[in-house]
Design a protein around this ligand. Structure first.
Ligand SMILES: [Zn+2]
Length: 237
């Protein structure tokens, strides 16, 4: 059975009440993922130790902003992007993947020009970062028991999904092992790398889709758009 080639990612950690169990499941199943961590969480030694454990177990660690306070494209105050991106990269230090992976905050999983400001884009290019987006966002943070059905449907609907889950202490991760088993039963294979469609910038080099993720100067996204988040994410293609 030819199933999807799935890339797993876990955002917004590390969390002492969630990340260890995720790592245990991945280790038992022999799977490698990427953890996009929030910079300020690493200041706490217990959380930093979890990021280090993930790194030491072969997972990739990426930058998911310092505070996760909102999409960078909604902010045009000078220095904001630098505070969110550069400070996190410095905090990651040797834990950072060589491609300097950065995942923008989506504000509910939406893809669009709200992801990056022009300052963020320029900073990421100058720092030779790789921007990683996504294609499947089942909403595990708001539906800790219902997300596996949504995730399965989303992953089976495309050949090369990049799945966003969260290592947050809301109970959602207790379904991870069974979910991965169901994916495998459906013929899925697992891959640590990212398809080109989810890499609008690679090591500082812009791809053809980059402009779709950068807001115009002074352009603010309406709050209605952000609140109207649906289960189905916009596709990056
Ligand atoms: Zn996030």
């Amino acid at each position: 059975m030819q199933g999807p080639a799935v890339t797993l990612s876990f955002d917004n950690g590390p969390e002492p009440e969630a990340t260890p169990a995720v790592l245990d499941v991945l280790r038992r199943r022999g799977l490698k993922a990427t953890f996009f961590v929030i910079g300020q969480k690493l200041q706490e030694p217990a959380r930093r130790a979890l990021a280090k454990r993930a790194h030491d177990e072969g997972h990739w660690i990426g930058n998911h902003s310092w505070t996760h306070s909102g999409p960078l494209g909604d902010r045009h105050d000078p220095g904001h992007a630098e505070a969110e991106i550069a400070r996190t990269e410095a905090e990651l230090g040797p834990l950072a993947h060589a491609d300097r992976l950065f995942r923008p905050v989506g504000g509910g999983g939406l893809l669009g020009p709200h992801l990056l400001s022009q300052e963020a884009r320029d900073l990421l290019a100058a720092g030779r970062h790789t921007i990683v987006t996504w294609s499947a966002v089942p909403g595990d943070w708001r539906d800790p028991d219902g997300w596996p059905e949504v995730a399965l449907r989303q992953c089976l609907a495309e050949p090369r999904p990049v799945l966003v889950l969260h290592d947050l202490p809301n109970g959602a991760t207790r379904h991870l092992d069974a979910f991965l088993g169901r994916l495998e039963d459906a013929g899925a294979t697992f891959h640590q790398d990212f398809p080109e469609a989810c890499l609008p910038m690679w090591r500082g080099l812009p791809g053809p889709d980059l402009a779709a993720y950068v807001s115009a100067e002074g352009e603010m996204r309406g709050d209605a758009r952000r609140d109207g988040v649906s289960e189905t994410p916009a596709r990056s293609g």
